[in-house]
Design a protein around this ligand. Sequence first.
Ligand code: PMP
Ligand code: GLN
Length: 380
Amino acid sequence: MTIISKLPNVKTTIFTVMSQLATEHNALNLSQGFPDFNGPQDLLDRVSHHMTIGHNQYAPMTGVPELRQAIAGKINALYGAEVDVDQEITVTSGATDALFTAIATIVNPGDEVIVFDPAYDCYEPAIDLAGGKTIHIPMKSPDFAIDWQQVRESINANTRAIILNSPHNPSGTTLSTADIQALQAIVDDFDIYLISDEVYEHIVFDGEPHLSLLRYPDLAARAFVISSFGKTYHVTGWKIAYCIAPKEMSAEFRKVHQYVSFCTVSPMQYALAEFLGSSPHHLELSDFYQAKRDRFRAGLEGSRFTLLPCAGTYFQMVDYSEISELPDMELAHKLTVDEGIASIPVSVFYAKPPKQTVLRFCFAKSDETLDQATELLRAI
Ligand code: PMP
Ligand code: GLN
């Protein structure tokens, strides 16, 4: 029997491919985005505590109430939004689950969903599985800005949603006030949903605020806003995230969620609830990663890589046109095998890769790893 693939064009993700290659060749792994240091000890201790006292059975389908309460408090403090704890917040198994579920909730066969290339890789397969069509709008070079005129021109009767991602992986750009205004004008004219991937909400540099869609009632009224504790607490392997949406949208989201995963790992939720309420960790994250960004950038001075701007996330893009004419996939492979450093080729995030020579490095690494990495890169 042969399976007729529902995702004939999908291969193993670039994150798995590059991390495996890095392991095989014992290379420094600045490819897949994850820290090489541990989460806060206090948070880890709280997980052990909750396991020991017996918080090891199914959590409520929508998430542990204490955690939803803590999330609502944070959102109110940061974005001034009043979110209903019981009806508008759903805890999920990672942002990947939340994104898949949000897409499955609203996309019907034939619907179109707009994404901006370079786009994070899990959006399109979820749209495909729902029978939808992904409309790729390239971000403009050289600054990876969104062409709102093109967005407007791409909208038609089939357009169901726009997926936004700010701070943006892989480019490190963030939405500006002008972007928000352009988006507001669009939703004023067209009846479409927004899916806002804000997993890097707490990693925004140079004193800029994060423009969460939750700050804007007209946008929040039609948005699934998604964040992930994996990024914020250096625990990407926990796969705990949440989705915030108005109550009717959340109700439909939950119908899907309860049959995708039903609920999410319990002791971590209790631990996160306490930690979120008691520690300002998330407020300190921008400074923490800004120092790493600056260290990595300073370390690349004098190299033949050209640094692109980085306003948020823990990714730095670099142009390598002075070094090689190889396609980025080949160069990323070669640097891993021959030079001992792994990165992510940016072309994989495009439907139609432009002529560009750009790699992405993850700087969520210890200072020692960053120094070793920049020493290697300066010698290339
Ligand atoms: N969206 C973006 C932009 C990401 O970079 C990631 C993962 N790093 C995710 C979603 C998925 O997050 P999670 O690991 O919580 O599933
Ligand atoms: N989001 C991470 C990155 O961009 C990877 C997550 C994954 O491996 N699926 O590197």
